[in-house]
Design a protein around this ligand. Structure first.
Ligand SMILES: [Zn+2]
Length: 106
């Protein structure tokens, strides 16, 4: 999984195709994500203490990671991620994620 919480992603299929939004949650176990404002689902809820009226709430549903692409903020396009090893100060090389189109660090 090379998508992380906080990344901007572009949705490439479904009703929300073309939307660019932020990743709110990542579920690595099943390769699913929650993206802000994408795949909104209506949920009927009973009255609770927190929400005494109950009613319909809308909430983001999960989408599969194959339905989104990481969005590069430097070249403003959906891209694939490449990984680059860079020398860091320590003895170990550090892996950074880069845009495959423009090479900018993500
Ligand atoms: Zn780029």
């Amino acid at each position: 999984m090379n998508i992380k919480k906080g990344d901007s992603v572009s949705v490439i299929s479904g009703n929300d195709r073309g939307k660019v939004a932020k990743v709110l949650h990542v579920f690595p176990n099943n390769n699913r994500l929650i993206v802000e404002g994408v795949n909104m689902m209506k949920k009927h809820s009973r009255p609770t203490q927190r929400n005494p009226k109950g009613g319909i709430i809308t909430k983001e549903g999960t989408i599969h990671r194959s339905n989104v692409q990481v969005y590069c903020s430097s070249c403003h396009s959906p891209t694939r991620v490449s990984q680059k090893l860079v020398d860091s100060k320590g003895s170990r090389n550090e892996k950074i994620r880069c845009c495959r189109l423009c090479g900018a660090e993500l």
